[in-house]
Design a protein around this ligand. Structure first.
Ligand code: GDP
Ligand code: IMO
Ligand code: MG
Length: 458
């Protein structure tokens, strides 16, 4: 059977931790979209593992697969495998031959386009990993796939077609001089061919490439349990998120089918767990109706000196929750839980269960608020409107919950759900009722043992 882990908000909900908690019973853990824009954290016995491309299940020694829906930067992949090996792990990672390759020029183009957009305050605040440009090339049928690295003739043919286009884009459209870029070799066919052909050989020597659909189908036929590890989150999904402040893939549950080659029926027959952070964080630009404070450069129209928001509380939660980007180190924007956002997310993904993380971070506050609904043009809305401009105009209507004390959370995790402070349980029960979805797990700290497991999923 399968379990699909999906971010219900804007990423960084603690997906890596939940993959780790439930991963014991999985045999294979699969990323189905995104690339090294992700930063997933697993904390076990005091060791912290930060994974951006390798599926989090490798910490438990599970086979990791990067599905066809992923965009793979092979430099990051091999670096990450080496780092994990230095930590004493022996990651077994397979990469779909249909997955697309992030080439060095994709990162350069990501940076250039963000710079140009920033002149008119339109930047997305991407991770700079070349994600968007790689998915653009995939959709434009000019991408290079992992399978292409295995065949020198095909690789050269692809590069000879695409690289002159990128050179022209940089020189003629953006008016930049390639030789004065940091890495001019990123736009040199011969240099690219040499490096990426060598990578192809390495992938082949280590027997790392697979037909993901066949590999996973065989694993399931053998009775193995498969876990899908979504990256990013529903509100930065290219189709269901707040476009254009999104990533370029489908983190939502449907992506697990298209991004691996297993049928929607297989995914739908399994569990789909929505990972919820007990408050809200966002890295990058775009609206956030329940935002508490602001981050210069990311919060739209934000002026530190004149803004009357609850800066102090935002700062407190940011520090308590360690809310700084795993990939970029940027401070994350912080807000109260947004229920209209989560109702949208539950509908899009069809969650069968919820894992609610970071309950401990809110402990000690006098009161905890949630955005229960929005008011837009005098009307009450219970879910997010489809355009980002309308979303930005929504005003949150808050409900207030009494706060809960800081307690020995590890002891709570051991005792179970009823040991969670009563006021916190009221908050959780409200959330479960609003989303009409049972709670499967509650995160009360970053470590594997700091999770209240209500439901075993396999
Ligand atoms: P992901 O991208 O969804 O996997 O999440 P990240 O790893 O980027 O960010 C989540 C951060 O919160 C990491 O530092 C986790 O170790 C930490 N974390 C996860 N769950 C909890 C929790 O329940 N409580 C606390 N305090 N931290 C948590
Ligand atoms: P995990 O898997 C939070 C955000 C970026 C930016 C937008 C587009 O750790 O939850 P991109 O580089 O993907 O083109 O950037 O998406 N973003 C994330 N935010 N968590 C992530 O991943 C993210 N991956 C991308 O900050 O706003
Ligand atoms: Mg993250």
């Amino acid at each position: 059977m399968t379990v699909t882990i999906v971010g219900s908000q804007l990423g960084d909900e603690g997906k890596g931790g939940i993959v780790d908690v439930y991963g014991d019973a999985a045999d294979v853990v699969v990323r189905y979209q995104g690339g090294d824009n992700a930063g997933h954290t697993v904390v076990f016995e005091g060791d912290e593992y930060k994974l951006s491309l390798v599926p989090s299940g490798v910490v438990r020694g599970k086979v990791g697969v990067l599905g066809n829906g992923c965009v793979v930067n092979p430099r990051t992949l091999f670096d990450e495998i080496s780092t994990l090996q230095e930590k004493g792990l022996d990651p077994d990672v397979r990469v779909a031959e249909r997955a697309h390759v992030i080439l060095p020029y994709h990162r350069i183009l990501d940076g250039i386009e963000e710079d140009v957009k920033s002149e008119t305050d339109q930047e997305v605040g991407t991770t700079g990993r070349g994600i968007g440009p790689t998915y653009e090339d995939k959709a434009g049928r000019r991408g290079v796939r992992i399978g292409d690295l295995l065949d020198p003739e095909v690789l050269r043919e692809r590069l000879e077609y695409v690289v002159p286009q990128k050179r022209a884009l940089i020189e003629d459209v953006y008016g930049l001089d390639i030789d004065s870029l940091d890495d001019p070799a990123a736009l040199d066919v011969d240099a690219l061919f040499e490096e990426f052909r060598e990578i192809g050989e390495r992938l082949e020597d280590r027997d790392m490439t697979v037909n993901a659909s066949a590999f996973l189908t065989d694993a399931m036929a053998d009775g193995q349990n498969v876990m899908f590890e979504g990256a990013q989150g529903t509100i930065i999904d290219i189709d269901h998120g707040n476009y254009p402040y999104v990533t370029s893939s489908n983190p939502t549950a449907g992506g697990a089918a298209t991004g691996t080659g297993l049928s929607p029926g297989v995914i739908g027959n399994g569990e789909v767990i929505g990972i919820v952070k007990a408050y809200l964080t966002r890295v990058g630009s775009g609206p956030l109706p329940t935002e508490l404070g602001g981050v210069v450069g990311d919060t739209p129209d934000y002026d530190e000196s004149t803004d009357g928001r609850n800066e102090e509380l935002a700062e407190y939660i940011r520090e308590e929750g360690g809310e700084y980007g795993t990939v970029t180190g940027r401070p994350r924007r912080v807000g109260w839980l947004d229920i209209p956002m989560l109702r949208h997310s539950a509908r899009v993904n069809g969650f069968t269960g919820l894992a609610i993380n970071h309950l401990d971070v809110l402990a000690g506050l006098d009161e905890v608020k949630v955005g229960h609904s929005y008011t837009l043009d005098g009307e009450e809305l219970l879910t997010m409107p489809p355009t980002t401009e309308k979303w930005a105009d929504c005003e949150a209507n808050f409900r207030i919950f009494d706060g809960w004390d800081d307690v020995d959370w590890a002891a709570v995790a051991e005792e179970g759900y009823d040991a969670i402070p009563e006021n916190a349980r009221k908050y959780l029960d409200y959330l479960s009722a609003e989303l009409d979805t049972p709670i499967y797990a509650v995160g009360v700290g970053p470590g594997r043992e700091e999770t209240v497991v209500v439901e075993d999923v396999y």
